[in-house]
Write a protein that binds this ligand. Sequence first.
Ligand code: GDD
Length: 401
Amino acid sequence: KVVAVIMVGGPTKGTRFRPLSLNIPKPLFPLAGQPMVHHPISACKRIPNLTQIFLIGFYEEREFALYVSSISNELKVPVRYLREDKPHGSAGGLYNFRDRIMEDNPLHIVLLNCDVCCSFPLPEMLEAHKKYGGMGTILVIKVSAESASQFGELVADPVTNELLHYTEKPETFVSDRINCGVYIFTPDIFNAVEGVSTQWKDRGSDTFSMNRLSCAISADLRRLSSFESLHSATRNAPTHFVRLDQDILSPLAGKKQLYTYETLDFWEQIKTPGMSLKCSGLYLAQFRFTNPHLLVSGDGTKSASITGDVYVHPSAKVHPTAKIGPNVSISANARIGPGARLISCIILDNVEIKATGDYNSKLGITILGEAVTVEDEVVVINSIVLPHKTLNVSVQEEIIL
Ligand code: GDD
């Protein structure tokens, strides 16, 4: 048996994404018309003998309740949301729910970060993992040397694929092979997490806190990211804050316990609104092969003129004279008026784009929040518009708060 766990994080972690996730938690933000977390969930469906899917996070339970029950019915696999009372780190969160995760006695645990976009080659990875016989297998990809430092960089044995060396977001270049945030573990992972916590406790909480503080400071300064996550990391340090990458993968490298599986397919991390648009496009392109019925074709039932990959929710209304695509996804109850021209955008629920008089009017790389109204003749280019706004003047390169 196999279970899958998707780490969805919580409100304090998604700060860079916040303009978009004001009323939707980041994992439910639509990419290619489906919630972000829906893509890894549907990839899990391809794993043989999968019994359950758990989402672990520290968002309010009610935010996920509706989605979790509808997706369980749709996939015929139980999907459960497990809420942490506070962040415990990527490995600490997993460890806290070990009893729930182990209730079906799975032999393998598929662990996924929610904020990555890829083809999730899980059945292939599982086969490789069984062959390697280690405790864990990590999905890796080759990226450019310049971008590698934003991720966990690693070195693997070219013959056995054993993980030999792992450094999380290193300051000096280690390798252009990086950790994709997609793993398969045996239940021994729980012993490994327990091992590090015990080790820390034995060493005394002072040393432990100092180590954690300096790690958190250097990681956060390098990313110039939220002070809040630094604060929560240190505040929770003496209890069970364990990070999978730094605290588990790094020390276990070179000990014949961890192996790698390289993907040659697409992979991106989704930390910013701009990346969500790129990833929406990647998933739309993937639908050509996996779910062609979700794409609107030029001669389909919607009579609007369609270019490239486009998703339109069945409840959305698109005027026949509108021109849509490429890379457009239109969510529930959106209304697109006569002559509107949409390129590269994600239109959220209830957005209204009124009539536009000529075809020069267009939306560039733009994300419109829920229930935004764009008045007649208004041109929106490269902008992010927060929910419930009405735009009656044209905007370019702006974030409308
Ligand atoms: N439930 C829960 N609780 N989830 C968490 C917590 C927590 O306390 N902390 C992080 N997560 C989730 C995040 O939502 C994300 O999906 C995943 O765990 C990893 O988040 P981070 O620990 O913040 O790491 P990162 O995203 O900066 O980098 C990790 O992923 C990269 C791939 O996207 C690292 O593992 C990198 O090495 C890797 O390249």
